[in-house]
Design a protein around this ligand. Structure first.
Ligand SMILES: [Zn+2]
Length: 292
């Protein structure tokens, strides 16, 4: 954008070089550029942009985002973006690149939300409460409107439309989970704190806030005891994390397993989006928790 003339000049030189190599790259795109650290933020940005900004995700489909490593090209994308969306504390490599390259152009979407604290760590999985995603959309619209004031009203209207969809989704969860045989949800890693908090469920994470740390044998025994004590019949595993930990607890207790998607990323070849996957999660919970 025009407010960084040196970068524009460098980009033009790059474009000339690319053109000389015969690339099919089109004319320069003068829409604001948004880089989103993970899928649900890209979804919010796309809904708010409505085609009037480019949105690039950092986490490819099929990749679990907690331990994302950035390529040099991705660091360059962060350095050149008009707006970078992330959740501080979720992805160390992203936090570091933003601190070095984009501190003044980044939006930590956790700002302005009521954050949950688990033990001594802040839970970064804010997007699993649809009401939070509505707030994130409004914050994105404000920042995008500062980048491109001509589109500010359109961004705000798109954010309002997203918020209306999220409020509908929230009501579906409230209604669907109102009356259940058990309100304890046993999940492979503790990604569902905001969802549990919003709908009166109690989360039991086999692993903690990050899926990387293998649970100890003592933790597996403890969770198996909780499964028996609470009458839990379904253990939830994820699309992007090895299901063996959840399967171990299921085998130990005789419980069934089902996919509950934390929406940290899309699986490869996914056809759904945030809203449809959340509705699939609701159907899974209604069946797994015995809700009527
Ligand atoms: Zn997670």
């Amino acid at each position: 954008m025009a407010r960084r003339p040196l970068l524009v000049a460098a980009t033009l030189l790059g474009a000339l070089t690319v053109a000389a190599c015969g690339s099919a790259e089109g004319p320069a795109d003068d829409r604001p550029s948004v880089v989103a650290a993970l899928y649900p933020l890209a979804y919010a940005a796309e809904q708010v942009a409505g085609g009037s900004a480019t949105v690039t995700g950092l986490t490819p489909p099929g990749i679990e985002p907690h331990d994302l490593e950035l390529t040099a090209a991705q660091v360059a994308e962060i350095a050149q973006a008009d707006l970078v969306l992330y959740v501080k504390g979720l992805q160390p490599a992203v936090d570091e690149a933003i601190a070095q390259q984009a501190a003044d152009r980044a939006l930590d979407v956790g700002e302005g939300l009521d954050l949950l604290v688990t033990g001594d760590a802040t839970d970064p999985h804010v997007w699993l409460d649809p009401v939070n995603l509505a707030s994130i959309g409004e914050a994105v619209a404000t920042r995008l409107g500062e980048v491109d004031p001509d589109q500010a009203a359109a961004f705000a209207a798109n954010a309002d439309a997203l918020a209306a969809q999220m409020i509908t989704l929230d009501q579906e969860f409230t209604d669907g989970l109102a009356t259940c045989a058990t309100r304890d949800i046993v999940v492979s890693h503790a990604a569902f704190g905001y969802l549990a908090d919003a709908y009166g469920l109690t989360q039991i994470g086999i692993s903690g806030l990050s899926p990387d740390a293998e649970p100890s044998p003592a933790r597996l025994r403890e969770v198996a005891d909780l499964v028996r004590a609470t009458g839990t019949t379904t253990i939830y595993y994820e699309t992007l994390v090895d299901p063996k930990v959840a399967q171990t607890v299921a085998d130990e207790t005789g419980a069934a397993t089902a996919v509950l998607d934390p929406l940290e990323g899309l699986p490869e070849g996914a056809t759904g989006d945030y809203a449809s996957i959340m509705r699939a999660n609701l159907a899974t919970l209604i069946a797994g928790q015995g809700c009527s």
